[in-house]
Design a protein around this ligand. Structure first.
Ligand SMILES: NC(=O)C1=CN([C@@H]2O[C@H](COP(=O)(O)OP(=O)(O)OC[C@H]3O[C@@H](n4cnc5c(N)ncnc54)[C@H](O)[C@@H]3O)[C@@H](O)[C@H]2O)[C@@H](O)CC1
Ligand SMILES: [K+]
Length: 504
C-alpha cells in the first residue's frame, strides 16, 4: 500500500472529484457514512456520541457523522470548535444541514460530558500544517483528560498530528481508534506517535484508483499483495543444492544462544544447507541443538581470523549468503576478521548486532560492505552508526539517504520496521507484536534473511519477505502462547505457520 503525503491526499481527493465525477459534498458524505457505519458496528446504538468538529473539512466529516447518527435515532451531541475565522464551504453547507451544534469559542465553554460514551474527534485532519496553539490546544488536552472515561475515535487523523512531518512536541489528541481514509499516514508508522493514533482502521471511501495507481511516493506499507508477488514456490525437482549453502557467523562464550536461534531460523527460512561458525566452546552446543546444521569452529572465544579446519576465511566466497553479527562481540580480533571477510566476500550479506557495533567503531568498514547487503540495526545501533536526529521524520530521511549513498538495504527495527532501499524507496512492515520485544528476536530475523538470500531471493525480496515472515510468525505464536510468554525460539517454531499463511 502506498503512503501518500498530505498534499498527495488532497490531489487524490481533487482527482476523484474531477474524474469520477463526484461533488466534494458527496465525497464527504461517503467518507462520513463509512465512519458512521464503523462507529455503530463497533460501539452499538446505546452509548451517547459526543462529536467535536473543527472548521475545515475534517469538521465537515464530523457534522455529517452527527447528522447520520442522529437520523438513525442515536444520542448525538455535536460541538463546533471555532479555531479559525471562517468554516470551509463544505463545512458551512453541512452546518446548515445539521444546525443543532453547540459552539465553543474559548476553553471555559468546553462542555461537561456526564455520561460515558464515544468522543468523535473531527477537529483537524490532513489540513493541519503547524502545531495547534492557544485555547484550541487546551481543547485537545481536555479531550485527552476525558480519554479514560470515554472512548476517543479520531476521524482521518488524531487532531494535532501532522500527516508527514514531525509533531513530536505538539499538542495532540490521543485516540483509541483512528479511522483513516483510504491510506495509512506516514505519521502513524513512527514510534514517536505511538500514543496518538491508537488502533488504525483504514476505511475505503472510493478515491479514484487511477490516481492511486500512478502517484509516485517513496513510502510503502508492505501488504499481502506485495508478499504474494515476491513469494516463489519451491521447485518440485529441487535438491538441497538448489536452495544454497548459507553461513551464519554468530555466538561467543556466553552468547551461544544467538548462534542457535539464527541458525535454526536460517534453516526454517528454507536454506538448502546451513553452516554455522562459532568459537570452539560452542561446538558441542550447536551440534546437539541444531543437528541439521554443519558446525565450523574457531580456536578463539569469538569470531576471529583463526579457524580450525575445514573452514578457513578464504573459503567464505563459496557460500551463497552469509549472515554475521548476533552475539559475536566486538573484540579487536573479531573486528579484524570482519574486515577480512568484507574484503573476501562480494555478494550481498546480512549484518546485524555486533557486526554493526564493530562498524560503528570502525566507520571505514561501511564503504567495504558488499553492495545490496542488508543491515538490521535497532534504533540505538542505527544512532551509533549514523548519528542522532531531532525527531523520527529526520531519522527516516537519514535512513533513506544512507541506504542510497551506501547502496545498501537498511532495516531499522521497530513496531513498523522501516526498510530503506538503495533506490530511495522505504517500506514499512506491519506484521509483529510487542511480544517480540524479547531477547533473541533479532537473531531470528538475521537467520531468516540469510536463509532467504541463500535460496536465491534478491536482497529486496528477501528483506520484505523476511521482515513479514518474522512478524507473522510472532503473530501466529501469540495466538497460542500470549505476548508475555513469547520467546525468540517460538518465532522460529511458528515460521512454519507463517509460510503456510502466505501460501494460502
Ligand atoms: N482528502 C480526502 O480524500 C477527503 C478528505 N476529507 C476530510 O477533509 C480533511 C481535510 O480537510 P481540510 O483540508 O479542510 O483540513 P482540516 O479540516 O484538517 O483543517 C483545516 C482547518 O484548520 C485550520 N488550521 C490549520 N492548521 C491550524 C492550526 N495549527 N491551528 C488552528 N487552525 C488551523 C485551517 O485554516 C482550516 O480551517 C481530511 O482530513 C478529511 O477528514 C473528507 O471529507 C473526504 C475526502
Ligand atoms: K481528527
Amino acid at each position: 500500500m502506498k503512503i501518500l503525503s498530505a498534499q498527495q491526499i488532497r490531489e487524490a481527493d481533487a482527482y476523484t472529484i474531477e474524474h469520477e465525477p463526484v461533488s466534494s459534498l458527496q465525497l464527504m458524505e461517503r467518507a462520513a457514512a463509512e465512519c458512521a457505519g464503523w462507529l455503530v458496528h463497533t460501539f452499538g446504538e446505546a452509548l451517547p456520541y459526543y462529536i467535536f468538529c473543527g472548521m475545515g473539512n475534517n469538521g465537515g466529516d464530523g457534522l455529517v457523522i452527527a447528522r447520520l447518527l442522529h437520523e438513525a435515532g442515536l444520542s448525538v451531541h455535536a460541538y463546533m470548535v471555532h479555531h479559525s475565522g471562517k468554516p470551509s464551504a463544505d463545512n458551512a453547507a453541512n452546518q446548515e444541514r445539521f444546525p443543532d451544534v453547540y459552539h465553543i469559542h474559548a476553553l471555559p465553554e468546553f462542555p461537561d460530558l456526564p455520561e460515558a460514551g464515544i468522543i468523535v474527534d473531527a477537529i483537524f485532519g490532513t489540513g493541519l500544517s503547524r502545531p495547534v496553539e492557544g485555547w484550541t490546544a487546551g481543547i485537545l488536552h481536555k479531550l485527552n483528560d476525558l480519554g479514560t472515561k470515554h472512548t476517543i475515535v479520531s476521524i482521518d487523523m488524531p487532531s494535532g498530528l501532522m500527516a508527514d512531518q514531525s509533531s513530536l512536541h505538539a499538542p495532540c489528541v490521543h485516540a483509541r481508534y483512528t479511522l483513516s481514509f483510504e491510506f495509512y499516514k506516514l505519521a502513524f508508522l513512527l514510534p514517536e506517535n505511538a500514543a496518538r493514533a491508537g488502533s488504525v482502521e483504514v476505511l475505503r471511501i472510493g478515491l479514484h484508483p487511477d490516481y492511486t495507481a500512478t502517484v509516485q511516493t517513496p513510502y510503502h506499507l508492505t501488504d499481502g499483495h506485495i508478499i504474494r508477488t515476491i513469494y516463489q514456490p519451491r521447485d518440485p525437482f529441487a535438491h538441497k543444492g538448489t536452495y544454497g549453502h548459507a553461513l551464519v557467523i554468530a555466538g561467543s562464550h556466553g552468547k551461544m544462544g544467538a548462534a542457535i536461534l539464527a541458525t535454526k531460523a536460517c534453516l526454517r527460512a528454507g536454506a538448502g544447507l546451513v553452516s554455522v561458525h562459532v568459537p570452539q566452546c560452542g561446538y558441542n552446543i550447536l551440534q546437539s541443538t541444531v543437528p541439521e546444521a554443519m558446525c565450523v569452529t574457531d580456536e578463539e572465544i569469538t569470531f576471529s581470523s583463526q579457524f580450525h579446519e575445514p573452514f578457513r576465511l578464504h573459503q567464505a566466497p563459496e557460500y551463497a549468503a552469509i549472515g554475521i553479527g548476533p552475539g559475536i562481540g566486538t573484540h579487536t580480533a573479531t573486528a579484524g576478521a570482519l574486515e577480512k571477510l568484507l574484503q573476501l566476500y562480494h555478494k550481498p550479506m546480512v549484518l546485524d548486532a555486533d557486526a554493526l557495533n564493530i562498524i560503528s567503531a570502525y566507520p571505514a568498514l561501511l564503504a567495504k560492505i558488499p553492495e545490496d547487503s542488508i543491515l538490521t540495526p535497532h534504533p540505538r545501533e542505527f544512532e551509533r552508526l549514523f548519528g542522532a536526529t531531532d525527531n523520527q521524520f529526520d531519522r527516516l530521511r537519514l535512513l533513506s539517504a544512507k541506504a542510497v549513498e551506501l547502496r545498501l538495504y537498511i532495516l531499522l527495527k521497530g513496531r513498523y520496521s522501516a526498510m530503506a532501499c538503495p533506490d530511495g524507496a522505504v517500506y514499512f512492515n506491519p506484521t509483529g507484536n510487542p511480544g517480540m520485544a524479547t531477547g533473541g528476536s533479532g537473531d531470528v530475523l538475521t537467520g531468516i534473511l540469510t536463509g532467504l538470500l541463500s535460496q536465491g531471493y534478491a536482497p529486496k525480496a528477501a528483506l520484505l519477505l523476511g521482515a513479514w515472515l518474522h512478524g507473522l510468525a510472532g503473530d501466529q505464536a501469540v495466538i497460542d502462547i500470549s505476548e508475555e510468554a513469547l520467546v525468540a525460539e517460538d518465532i522460529v517454531y511458528y515460521l512454519g505457520q507463517a509460510w503456510l499463511n502466505i501460501q494460502k
